[in-house]
Unconditional design. Sequence first.
Length: 136
Amino acid sequence: MIQFVNDIVSLPALDYRHVERWIRKVAAGYGFDTGDITYIFCSDERILEVNRRFLGHDYYTDVITFDYSTANRISGDIYISLETVASNAIVAGVSFEDELRRIIIHGVLHLTGQGDKTPETKAQMTAKEEAALAIF
């Protein structure tokens, strides 16, 4: 089951059924079924708290993915700071909705095993995000 929940902030206006179908299609393209995936939309302060508490990082970020996947089934909790998504959209010159879709699928790509810690893997992640966004 794919769930979308809010933590203090309001849920963003999305066609959640369409987003769920898209997530399943992208996952299937990487050879995965979808298990339990929960998106937690939150504030900058909440994502900073999660980053500090669970990852030992003292900085804001747009997304944090906790991977609970097994074999060919992806599962996890994906925290998304709507405030950071909004500011990143302005910097990138894209709409909030476009940037939010990018971050939603970014979490799914992490669950499929894609990393983004090096310049090479970050470039690969960006290319995979673009491919996924093209089928939205």
